[in-house]
Design a protein around this ligand. Sequence first.
Ligand code: GCB
Length: 859
Amino acid sequence: MKTFKILLLAVLFVGFNLQAQRLVKTINSGWQFQLENKDRIETANIPHTWNSKDAFKEGPYYRGKGTYQKQLFIPQNWNERSVFLKFEGANQHTKVYINDAFIGEHTGGYTAFIFEISQNLKFGETNQVRIEVDNSHNQDIPPLEADFNFYGGIYRDLELIVTGKDHFKLEGEAAGTMQVHTPAVSEELAEVNFSGEISRSNNKDLILEIEITDPDGKVVKTLAPELEPNQSEFSVDFEIENPLLWSPDQPHLYKIESNLKDHNSGEILDSYFTGFGCRWFKADPDEGFILNGKPIKLIGANRHQDFENMGNAVPNEIHRKDYQMIKDMGSNFIRTAHYPQDSDVYRICDEIGLLVWTEVPVINDVTDSEAYHENAVNMQKEQILQLYNHPSIVFWGIMNEIFIRLVFTGDMSEADKNAKIKTSVELAKKLEAATKKLDTSRLSVMALHENELYNTSKIADIPDVIGWNLYFGWYTPGLENLGKFLDEQHRRYPERPLLISEYGPGSDSRIQTNDPKPWDFSEAYQLKSHVSYLNQVMERDYMLGMAAWNFADFGSSGRQDSRPYINQKGLVNFNREPKDIYYYYKARLINEDFVYIAGKNFTTRSIDQNENVKLKVFSNSENVRLIVNDSIEKESPVRDNIAEFELDLEEGKHSIKAISGKVNHHRNIEVKFRNNLIENIDTEPIRINVGSHSDFIDEETGSIWISDQAYSENSFGYLDGEVYQQSKSKFQGTASNIKVTTKEPLFQTMREGLETYRFDVLEGNYRITLLMAEPNRKASTENIYNLGSDKKDTSDGIRSFDILINGNLMEKDLNLAGDYGILQAVELSYEINTEGSINIQFEPQQGKSILSGISLEKL
Ligand code: GCB
């Protein structure tokens, strides 16, 4: 009984509070979800997408309509209040119905939107909410196409907001228009303006109370501007003396809390809360980015919002974790490519100190329709109004690589090209104008791909700042060409502030080598490329900075890299497990002592007996000391934050400790001599990544498929053939997904025209497994990101060969394409008995033989 009374009191108390303040609550759980034309109804919790799985399978992922339904009980006493439904984001066209009445719709997948639903609710009763979301391709809605997935669904929080009938305006451009401006900021004084709109229900006498707190939580100002009866807009100016400035190092945040009260009863009708910061900045074409009067090189990454197995429906904790990881890496800059992200993201960047470039998803291509242009401009308006108060945001992005589709469409007529260019330039001007109309305090920016058309069309003259997405050493040759390109742009356009908005190669933590090459997807090549880019940007004062592409691997259903359907340019994996490169950035950027022995996934080294073990240690001190097996000491100087070591190690396990400054890092590595692999075959099979200079580490079994080698006596290797290179492709091997395997890279690299592979083993019983896949993909690909892939390989590609082992015919006329299909993983195992060495022979009947891997196991 006593408990009951306490409960009742608690309920009454909460009830009273609800009456008195703005109530914001999520209604994420327990929706009945159904895809159009499907019978199945499932219970779904928001954040939700219907594409978290099918975007990672062969063929197009589902783009269409999904319906969410739910019964919602609305308390009786809300009939005196205003009730809103707020979507933080749903992709990409949304319609809302309450009790079967149409409430409203919204176009665009990346900004928030809000509907007042009070007039359609039954109070004290259960209401039926139905939401239809559609992610079908629509020529009038950006983005039209891109190298990321357009996962459909209500993938960000869904909220109910309840206010008094008189309230701060929420309807309209989503999330209201309460803005904090800082028109003039210096170390001595910040001039601040706070303005907003009030929706009034009748002629109630209202009071507005505003309280400003400083970063230490101390109230520094209280204001109570007079409100005339019927006054629906307000604007107050105030000053902060000696403001604590906002910067990535010291992200000082002030806060504003405002309450709207009934003059007669004193009841709070609505409340609004926002943070803001005091800082000033500019982009200088010669001196780079200047924040609060001091130059700051912007260094950081781009970030997509999806996550392994979740698609874009990620909880807020993941947003926080990502940005914290980016911050911990030493970054001060982030680009939320290619669209506005969850509202929490910007709050987090304000709090932890990251400067932000946020952009609208106008990417790759445009449509010359009024509706498309209007939707694009609306997205920019919504983005700016919704995010205006965040001090972290310094750039509003208006377009990304808008000519890439045009450049890569071979058969477009000159007239069509010119029309495309014209409409793109017009849209850029509209976006620029819309941006400046809403915000003159920030910089507009556009990201370009490496093509002269942006200059000749003059589209690059429109925004304040230009970001180049540059992939030298990847899509175009030569890492060292970066600096030349930048200098040339700077010379030709001396008034244009420049930054690098994207750079970086793909990498796969399963692929390890000491001899990195472009397009081998090794972590070593990723390191080489990032070091070179960092060096070239750091030595150019005029460069504002750089953002790596990408913080994390992300879903891209059209991609055929070494992990299918994933863009692998991340500094961390899709599940945020760091790659080595993440630690390199730490060494390069953070201020505290840092040391890291590279090669997290390269701990077994299969080398020749006379070869040294090559080790790289990332550090931010001048020297690194290495202690090997608790005794031997070595020291190396640090260059570009890397100390390199060559260790003469015996076969077996070794403990390595690197010491730099006050910190150390430990790693165990194991050395295996290739010459002894044959001798040790009793205990361990030999596995070879045929046709590759890299080791492949199988994540699932832990097995290592070592890089290929030429045959030498008492050892093993190929006698002939050559490394397979798909015509016109930059990829090592084939730039295609290999089906029915998780060891794609092993099958993608191969040796062609091989006639003999030999193992000088002792007599005994063995199992030989041959791995192969037919790489000749005749179907053309339309995907511009699989650049240089074998688009026009029309050769009939027939290949058939016999396989003999020690003279015994194992396969007759093996035709991989015919027998298994192209790009299909094929494993063939044979048990044999031998008196001495093993000769595997490939006798071509038609075309050339092909081989991707061999394992040899003693039985
Ligand atoms: C770009 C695009 C980005 C792609 C990236 C890539 O330039 O802006 O969306 O993901 O290249 O990896 O090709």
